[in-house]
Write a protein that binds this ligand. Sequence first.
Ligand SMILES: [Fe+2]
Ligand SMILES: [Fe+2]
Length: 348
Amino acid sequence: MISSKPKSLSILLLMLSQSEHLLKKRQEAGQPAFIPIHVESLRIDKVLGFDIYIYVGRELVLYRSQTLPFTNENLERLRENNVQQIYIAHESKAAYQRYIEENLSDILTDPKIEEVKKAEILYDTSKALIKDVLANPTYSENIKRSQGLVENTIDYILKGRDAFLSLMKITSFNYYTYTHSVNVATFSLALARQLGINDRDQLMVLGTGALLHDVGKSKVPERILTKRTSLNRSEFEIMKKHPGWGGEILRETDMIHEESYYPVLHHHERMDGSGYPHGLVEADMHPYSRIVAIADVFDALTTERVYQSAIETFSALKLMHGMKNNFDPQLLREFTVLMGPNSPGVRY
Ligand SMILES: [Fe+2]
Ligand SMILES: [Fe+2]
């Protein structure tokens, strides 16, 4: 057992039975009992708010209680004992998520944490948050959290190309609306920077719109969202409503900037008027909608989906150039430069 003082057998047994009880409960419910978390994400001397478990032999045991701060000594002992992975109970997921969000800027500026680890933490946090947003899109607290997250993401990306590339490297291959939303926000912010937009307020407005662009999908039946074959006419009519639904959902809380609505409402519009729901043309499309439209299609093409396997970056860009009347040609050119063969962070 890892502790500054030897634990009595009775305490150890109590811990074991506690974790066993949790494990059993979750197994009965068909859910994972414990989830791994990043050791690096824990802040020294801050009260945890969730119990931490580690493996001792083949058993998971309580390592640090939620009411206690995580100390430097705790960290040293994990290192001394070569503990690579720590766990929290599934029930503590929300508490952990809040903890990370509260300490995110601290984590992202911590020089002791590797860049790729930071990117992983940021990405995982974003994914979990967007999942909450989609489950409860009219909850104003969730929108506030999204904005805090976009702010942290911007700070991180503004730090330089390395930070941004780390984030790009881990964009997900699995197609879920929440990973897709995070990817689209990442690509949109990267494209904006490539275009020379460095103003924090502008990036914030664009990033929020990009992160929330598919929030209207929370109203589309699961059956349509995950259909393996192409949508029939009536299903497509329903799907076409998601940009408008997104706008309506966000209007209910009305916490985002006016211009953040454009990417939500118009990310499926196309420059040649072939898009939906309004068939807008070039002049009617706000620059933020044009940016998000490119990021959205690129991510959809390069990510594995239920009905389509992922294609490589180069093929996706080629395909998009073939549809060039759909996109703003200057933006597509810049996006190609950003994602092109000279970009070391891009998957091929
Ligand atoms: Fe969409
Ligand atoms: Fe999308």
